[in-house]
Design a protein around this ligand. Structure first.
Ligand SMILES: [Ca+2]
Length: 190
C-alpha cells in the first residue's frame, strides 16, 4: 500500500507530466495575409486519420478529405471535439492525392486546401510541421480559415494533424488473434 504522501506525489507527477505532454501546434504567423497553398500526397498506404488540435471560430465545421478527387466522410467538429480526438478520413494508398476540406455549418459550402476548388478562389488552409505530444502524433498540422473570401485570414478556425497508419494485413491479424488466444489460455483461473 502507498502512503497518502506517496499518492499525492504520484498524482502531482502525473499532472506535471500531462501538462508537459500537451504541446499546441504553432499558429499562423502572418494573419491578414493569405498563406501559401500546400498540395498533399499520401506518403504511405493505410488509414488516413485526423487528430483535432483545436481552434474553434464562430462557425461549426466538420472536417474531411478528398482522396483522388472524391470527398470522403466528414467528422471531428471544431465545436464538439477535444484536443487529441481522432477521426478516420478514409483509406489511402501511397501516392494518392489528398485535399483536405472543411464543411461549413451544414451549409453545403466546403473550403478545400486546394484553392482552385474553392468558390472564392482563396486558399483556406495553412500547413506546418508538428513534432507530436502525448495525445497527438507527429505529422503535418493543417489549420483552416473558415470565412468566405478569407475574412481575417488568421487560419485559426479548425486545425488538426494527420497521420497515415498501416492497416494490418489479414496474415498479421491471424497472428495477433493466435497470440491473444495463447495468452487467454495461459491466464490462471480463479
Ligand atoms: Ca478566421
Amino acid at each position: 500500500m502507498k502512503s497518502p504522501a506517496q499518492r499525492l506525489a504520484l498524482a502531482a507527477a502525473a499532472l506535471l507530466f500531462s501538462l508537459a505532454a500537451h504541446a499546441d501546434p504553432e499558429v499562423y504567423p502572418t494573419p491578414g495575409t493569405p498563406a501559401p497553398a500546400t498540395s498533399f500526397v499520401a506518403a504511405a498506404s493505410g488509414q488516413l486519420k485526423a487528430f483535432y488540435t483545436g481552434q474553434a471560430g464562430g462557425l461549426t465545421n466538420l472536417l474531411g478529405a478528398r482522396i483522388n478527387g472524391v470527398d470522403g466522410a466528414i467528422g471531428l467538429s471544431n465545436h464538439g471535439s477535444a484536443y487529441g480526438d481522432s477521426f478516420v478520413l478514409g483509406t489511402v494508398a501511397a501516392g494518392d492525392s489528398l485535399v483536405f476540406f472543411i464543411d461549413i455549418d451544414g451549409s453545403g459550402v466546403r473550403f478545400y486546401s486546394d484553392p482552385a476548388l474553392n468558390s472564392d478562389g482563396v486558399n483556406h488552409a495553412w500547413a506546418s510541421t508538428y513534432a507530436g505530444d502525448a495525445l497527438v502524433p507527429a505529422g503535418t498540422h493543417v489549420a483552416f480559415e473558415d470565412l468566405e473570401g478569407g475574412g481575417d485570414l488568421n487560419y485559426r478556425d479548425h486545425s488538426f494533424v494527420f497521420q497515415i497508419s498501416a492497416v494490418p494485413e489479414p496474415a498479421s491479424w491471424a497472428l495477433l488473434l493466435a497470440g491473444a488466444a495463447v495468452l487467454a489460455r495461459r491466464r490462471p483461473r480463479r
